[in-house]
Design a protein around this ligand. Structure first.
Ligand code: MCN
Ligand code: MOS
Length: 766
């Protein structure tokens, strides 16, 4: 599908923008059920006759399980099964979404060879949760411990391996750096960070028949997750039903089946009963790896008037010893500024930890931390205002690939947020601004996020009472999918938003891409828009051509508005009346946004339910990104070194907003998380055995209301139809990017102390 096709196909979006509900504030469709407690989360699904499964984890950093004495546990009250490598049903190994496939012909989610502290070694299933827990404590496990390397700060971790696919170079970075008049070098570190959604992972696995599996599990990707289970158990994709209508946050951690998911499904199959498994809060830190720790050395060079000459980026991130996950650290450094000479290299360093994974703005977030701190340091060195330095290096195209920007309103972000913040009043001298005992610091930094493409599918039903249903396996984890899809259908079909009901999160409905990479809103509004247009066209055709239609011969076209259909200037009848006159109780249309063409069922499924699948979409001729600029004030207590964020003003270019209220809430959520990243969040491991010490919400601190000041977000985006069919760009992950460096820069301005390693703590300011 070329961009011109897209534009014509969705040309009508422009009209509706002015008139219809899309693009306006609309209250959350899922708000009332959530507030009333009527929203059913996975573990609350009313499944009869469930058994309870509890996980047993390795307590060593690496080594071997020599023996598990199950006797006492098996004899304990209520116990139905004690599962481990010995008796577990063997599954087919399935690749995860990044292509890691467990070795061997079979897969079990339990280990004998232990690769990290917290790895699953057994599970206990019993009639009640309490019985399962008590029995799990009775397992007697003998280990043979081997040396483990807990983090990449450990010298034994070594240099790791380089990831050539992520390396990028243009111009002559080394020569340019050597000969440049102004040079800067800095090394920046971010710790392990965990997604900690408020709803921990968990599931109910229910085999309705021997070859039919229903899984109630919170997931950001119903279709991808269904493919996981189908592959593990050798089932047809259609025979796995994933139900995930509400998700209490995921932030990247819930996009696929994890070992505990397999364990519950195995137990349910072996016992012929539904099995419920609730991952505990501490286990969320080992069920899923979070953002790996990163280390980045940036070398920048510039002319004395602040034009960047070269950027050289050497980066490393942790991975596990058994799988490959690379935090793509070069993504922002590559495209943010006009850099004629560039090099970026990255290594991944295997350590004894659970495999890390995506966490809100993977790659982008730490990449921007290094780059935006380094730009601030360079600004100081050059004696140029940091905003001015960035303006001087604003690129007129994407230097990474030579493509034009679909839109880039970053200069407007500087103008608008700088003005609202009062940046002009900043005294650049560190420690120059204070309020009593508090040092005041003003810092800024930019953020960005790419706009991804993938296909989606939607079903739209127009019912006889004129109401509309939208059906899709897409999910809403608090983002607003329910609401914006209702707005989209309402917009096209000319009905109030309240007349549209949206059903999501069920793999029986149409295919949808992962709610990851901040892409779902753009992709699914496009799918629903296209489908609703097709439904409208079918209504019109019915009205004009069906022999039983009262509107036949009325005109050569009909319009659909306010639940009625009629000639543009003639009488209109309720849509339901047309449906019943023509002998129907509803009209149903399904459409997808795959590029046109024949394809097999298998290929179709691959395009929807694997990340590799979207690689078969044609490459865009433009470079598509969202942008933002954060201006942040901190107050640092001079005696105690406590840092408080006291003011945030952020301007964002995310194209057209489908619902400004929801987008604002996404922006603010990202900024809040960025405050946590800057000042609080840190995964701390025990150097002796790699155990995660901060595996609870008391020790792993995320920002709470007391940490969050008034946040002002200003959208400067304009519809970008080169980026997406309905003109929106990425929203969900955008605003977290750049917050941490803006805070670090503000702290440096307040105190004169440059902290290059997150989080910024009292100790780091001493
Ligand atoms: N939106 C809009 N206009 C646009 C784009 C989006 O108004 N042009 C609004 C809509 O309300 C939409 C929401 O922003 O529902 C997010 O849209 P989008 O940027 O497409 O992000 P996704 O729907 O793909 O959601 C995933 C994204 C990611 S990748 C992470 S990580 C993240 C995030 O969303 N995790 C979240 N935001 C989260 N918010 C909550 N509450 N919980 C999470 O786990
Ligand atoms: Mo978001 S980390 O891409 O799910």
């Amino acid at each position: 599908m070329s961009l011109t096709d897209t534009q014509t196909k969705f040309g009508r979006a422009a009209d509706s923008e002015a008139n219809g509900p899309l693009g306006r504030v609309s209250v959350r469709g899922d708000g009332a059920p959530k507030v009333r407690g009527a929203a059913t989360y996975a573990l609350e699904q009313p499944v009869e006759n469930v058994l309870h499964c509890v996980l047993v984890q390795a307590t060593i950093g690496a080594g071997r399980v020599v023996a598990i004495d199950k006797g006492a546990a098996e004899a304990a009250p209520g116990v139905r099964l004690v599962l481990d490598t010995e008796n577990s049903l063997k599954l087919k190994p399935m690749p995860d979404f990044f292509g890691n496939t467990p070795p061997g012909d079979t897969y079990v989610p339990f280990a004998r060879e232990v690769r990290f502290n917290g790895e699953l070694v057994a599970a206990v299933v019993a009639d009640t949760l309490e019985e399962a827990r008590a029995a799990a404590d009775l397992l007697d496990i003998a280990y043979e411990e081997a040396p483990s390397v807990p983090t990449f700060a450990d010298a034994r971790a070594g240099e790791g391996r380089s990831t050539d696919a992520l390396a990028k170079e243009w111009g002559e970075p080394e020569v340019a750096y050597r000969d440049a008049p102004v040079r800067f070098e800095g090394t920046y570190e971010t710790p392990r960070e965990y997604n900690v959604p408020i709803e921990p992972h968990g599931l109910i696995a229910h085999w309705e028949e021997d070859d039919r599996l229903t899984i109630y599990e919170p997931t950001q990707w119903v279709d991808g997750t269904a493919r996981n289970y189908a592959g593990w158990f050798g089932l047809a994709f259609e025979n796995v039903r994933i139900v995930s209508p509400y998700i209490g946050g995921g932030f990247g951690s819930k996009a696929q089946g994890l070992p505990h998911s397999a364990a519950a499904a195995i137990a349910a199959k072996m016992l012929g009963r539904p099995v419920k498994l609730a991952v505990t809060r501490p286990q969320t830190f080992t069920a899923y790896g979070g953002r790996p720790a990163t280390r980045q050395t940036l070398k920048l060079s510039a002319t004395p008037d602040g034009k960047l000459v070269s950027l050289d980026h050497d980066a490393a991130s942790e991975t596990s010893v058994y799988g490959n996950f690379a935090e793509t650290l070069g993504v922002v450094t590559k495209m943010m500024y006009a850099v004629p000479n560039f090099r970026s290299r990255q290594r991944v360093v295997p350590v004894n930890t659970v495999l890390p994974g995506p966490f809100r703005a993977p790659g982008k977030n730490p990449s921007a931390f290094a780059l935006e701190c380094a730009m601030d340091e360079l600004a100081v060195e050059l004696g140029i205002d940091p905003v001015e330095l960035r303006r001087r290096n604003e690129p007129d195209h994407d230097y990474e690939n030579g493509k034009p920007w679909s839109s880039r309103r970053l200069l407007q972000c500087y103008d608008v947020a700088g003005e609202a913040f009062g940046w002009a009043g900043r005294n650049p001298e560190p420690r120059s601004m204070r309020d009593g005992r508090e040092l005041i610091g003003w810092g800024m930094a930019v953020g960005t996020h790419p706009v991804y493409a993938a296909p989606g599918e939607a079903t739209v039903r127009v019912l006889s009472d004129g109401s509309v249903e939208v059906l899709s396996s897409a999910i809403d984890m608090g983002t607003g999918t329910y609401t914006i899809l209702a707005q989209t259908a309402a917009d096209v079909l000319g009905v109030p938003v309240e007349s549209v009901s949206v059903k999501l999160g069920d793999s029986r409905l149409g295919r949808a891409p992962v709610a990851g990479g901040s892409q779902l809103a753009n992709l699914m509004t496009a799918a629903v828009h296209k489908t609703a247009l097709a439904a409208r066209d079918e209504l019109v055709t019915l009205g004009l051509t069906d022999p039983r239609s009262p509107l036949r011969d009325q005109a050569n076209t009909l319009t659909v508005k306010d639940g009625r259909i009629g000639a543009p200037r003639g009488a209109a009848i309720p849509v339901g009346e047309l449906l019943s006159a023509t002998g129907r109780d509803h009209l149903q249309v399904t459409r997808d946004t795959l590029p046109p063409g024949e394809r097999s069922v298998e290929e179709r499924q691959r395009m929807f339910s694997t990340l590799a699948g979207r690689g078969s979409l044609p490459e865009a001729p433009v470079s598509k990104h969202s942008f933002c600029a954060h201006f942040i004030e901190v107050r640092v207590d001079e005696d105690f070194g406590t840092v408080r964020v006291s003011r945030v003003v952020t301007a964002l270019d995310a194209g057209r907003l489908y619902n400004p209220k929801l987008a604002e809430s996404q922006f603010k959520g990202g900024i809040v998380m960025g405050i946590g990243m800057a000042l609080l969040e840190e995964g701390v491991t025990d150097p002796r055995n790699g155990r995660i010490l901060s595996s609870n919400l008391a020790d792993y601190r995320i920002a709470t209301n007391a940490d969050v000041p008034d946040i002002e977000t200003i959208s400067v985006g304009e519809p970008d139809y080169d980026a997406t069919p309905l003109g929106g760009k990425a929203v969900g992950e955008l605003a977290i990017v750049g917050v941490a460096p803006a805070i670090a820069n503000a702290v440096c301005h307040a105190t004169g102390k440059r902290v290059r390693s997150l989080p910024i703590t009292l100790e780091s300011l001493l």
